[in-house]
Design a protein around this ligand. Structure first.
Ligand code: NAP
Length: 308
């Protein structure tokens, strides 16, 4: 029996493991995809307080080393479900066996929704980004595009308009689901240009992104937009469905919890991008991990003393 099982080895999960291990708890982390989560795919991180520049991969590697040196075990496996054990414990069922713990922290992250068009994969990190806040500064004074019509796309466009020479918003409809206040603000910014009613067909370039090929849905014509970057903001997809028996999900599939990550299910905590919240950043994932770990070890202490 482990005190704590953390599902997900991104920044939130690794931080939770770090805090719990330093509080003297036995901890196991389970992740099907290895270490680091989304941050490991970010070539350059410039918005982590106190560290001007770092690669996401080196950050994840360092954090993993720090956590492993405390005796935290890592299991490379897919979690299938979580069942109730005896005396309030939890059984985490994976493809490679079952693991029992007193508490569980779900730090399963969220994936950016992909457009799934040619070139998207090829130019990721070479002009295509899913995080304006992380990568916008690389395109100072250059033309960029934002794809999407929701609050993220509009927030990104407004943010980028202060950095880039111009920001073109490409959206598949002529109605935007973003809040009217954001729309009004964006409309008042002269270097934000609008391309509604388009289908993105392909990202083009040679080494780096140089253009987006799209279809104008009103007349079927194909066109090219020259741009140095495309920020794709068409929503995120949490991968929490398998846990819906033991946690509450909001209408978008995110875990519902309080600020300490506690869910309404005793012993089940959540942390990071998988959780319903406003800001999904490395800093907030780490804060979530620490909060959830403290809540979990307090829960574990109480469970141990009531069973003894
Ligand atoms: P979202 O509201 O789901 O919007 C996604 C946008 O992407 C929609 O415009 C959608 O088009 C488009 N889209 C989805 N799939 C697409 C595809 N395959 N191809 C092309 N376009 C596609 O996602 P979000 O903007 O990331 O926002 C998520 C949540 O966070 C929302 O609740 C939002 O309010 C909140 N949020 C709030 C703020 C804020 O308050 N400042 C900032 C960011 C996010 P359609 O409209 O045609 O469906």
């Amino acid at each position: 029996m482990t005190d704590l099982i953390v599902v997900g080895a991104g920044p939130a999960g690794l931080t939770a493991a770090l805090y719990a291990a330093r509080a003297g708890k036995t901890v196991k982390i389970i992740d099907a995809e290895g270490i680091g989560g989304q941050i490991a795919k970010s070539p350059l991180v410039e918005n982590y307080p106190g560290i001007a520049k770092m690669s996401g991969m080196s950050f994840a590697d360092n954090l993993y080393e720090q956590v492993s040196s405390l005796g935290v075990e890592f299991e490379l496996s897919a979690v299938l479900r979580i069942e109730k054990g005896e005396n309030g414990t939890h059984i985490v069922v994976t493809e490679d066996g079952d693991f029992e713990s007193r508490a569980v922290i779900l730090a399963t992250g969220a994936k950016h929704r992909l457009l799934n068009v040619p070139g998207e994969d090829e130019f990721q990190g070479h002009g295509i980004s899913y995080c304006a806040l992380c990568d916008g500064a690389f395109f100072k004074g250059r033309p960029v595009a934002v794809i999407g019509g929701g609050n993220t796309a509009l927030t990104d466009a407004i943010y980028l308009s202060a950095i880039a020479s111009e920001v073109t918003i490409l959206h598949r409809r002529d109605e935007f689901r973003a809040d009217e206040s954001l729309m009004d603000r964006a409309r008042s910014i002269p270097n934000i240009l609008w391309l509604p009613n388009v289908n993105i067909e392909e990202f083009q370039g040679s080494g780096n992104l140089t253009a987006i090929r799209y279809t104008d849905k009103l007349n079927g014509s194909e066109k090219l937009l020259k741009t140095d970057a495309a920020f794709i903001a068409i929503g995120q997809v949490p991968n929490n469905g398998i846990f819906n028996q033991i946690t509450d999900l909001d209408e978008n599939g995110y875990f519902i919890s309080n600020e300490s990550g506690a869910t309404k299910f005793p012993g089940i905590f959540v942390a990071g991008d998988c959780r319903k919240k406003d800001v999904r950043q490395l800093t907030t994932a780490i804060a979530d991990g620490a909060n959830a770990a403290v809540a979990a070890w307090k829960y574990i202490n109480a469970a141990v003393s009531s069973n003894s």
